[in-house]
Ligand binder design. Structure first.
Ligand SMILES: [Zn+2]
Ligand SMILES: [Zn+2]
Length: 241
């Protein structure tokens, strides 16, 4: 599978777009998270919403769901096709009630299902999104009392989305055969709701070698060469994982 980060920035980054990804397997295109900057960023990549086969959401923060209103409206009124939306069962209600309802509601359109083909996911189960693309949700800690999920693709590629440092989980994943980890990384200390670079640097070499940093702040260039054996994912560059 091929992954291209539409953006690699933290929630407050201005040099980078929101940390959202395009995963491609053969002809299938999955968008992972759809933040505030996503509509413009995708346009810059010459991709339209209708070119996406499905969207997968990790949690309810603007840099991960803030572009869904435009996606929903464009798909309904411009492209006249309902987009497929994969998300954890627990996120369906807050996504509609707390984020999308205000902007999307009109006349008889009053539910998430009116705009999306909603595909609820449960943690610990494997779902085949397309031939050659299997996803499993892992609930991880990000904000207290707020559900947030990381993704394990094809049992070998772990995508953290947003989570706090959890060395035990990373060790378990690597022991279980994970070959590549894309992890959010806060470069400024102290990291509270994300994994800090200082924390990630405590990981054993065997894990660092597999780990790529994303979701970073505008000051990332100062840290180049200071990330141990961990590499930095570059925005808009494609990688095979
Ligand atoms: Zn984020
Ligand atoms: Zn977040």
């Amino acid at each position: 599978m091929k992954i291209t980060m539409v953006g690699t920035g933290s929630a407050f980054a201005k040099r980078f777009d929101n940390n959202n990804a395009l995963i491609e397997v053969d002809e299938f295109r999955l968008l992972v998270d759809c933040g505030i900057t996503l509509p413009r960023a995708l346009h810059e990549m010459d991709i339209q919403f209708v070119d996406l086969d499905a969207v997968l959401i990790s949690h309810i923060h603007g840099d991960h769901v803030g572009g869904l209103e435009e996606l929903a409206f464009q798909m309904m009124f411009k492209f006249k096709r309902k987009p497929v939306l994969y998300l954890a069962q627990q996120l369906i209600k807050p996504l509609w009630e707390n984020t999308l309802r205000g902007g999307l509601t009109q006349e008889s359109l009053s539910r998430l299902e009116h705009f999306f083909i909603v595909k609820p996911l449960e943690t610990g189960k494997q779902y085949e999104l397309a031939p050659g693309l299997i996803v499993e949700l892992i609930q991880t800690k990000h904000i207290i009392d707020k559900d947030s999920f990381s993704f394990l693709f094809n049992s070998r590629f772990f995508y953290s989305a947003d989570m706090r440092f959890d060395g035990q989980l990373l060790q378990k994943l690597v022991d279980g055969g994970v070959e590549t980890i894309y992890h959010d990384c806060q470069i400024e200390t102290p990291a509270v709701v994300h994994a800090g670079l200082d924390e990630l640097l405590t990981l054993p070499e065997s894990i660092q070698k597999k780990l790529w940093l994303m979701h970073y702040g505008d000051g990332i260039d100062e840290y180049r060469g200071k990330t141990g054996s961990m590499r930095i994912v570059e925005q808009r560059k494609s990688y095979n994982v």
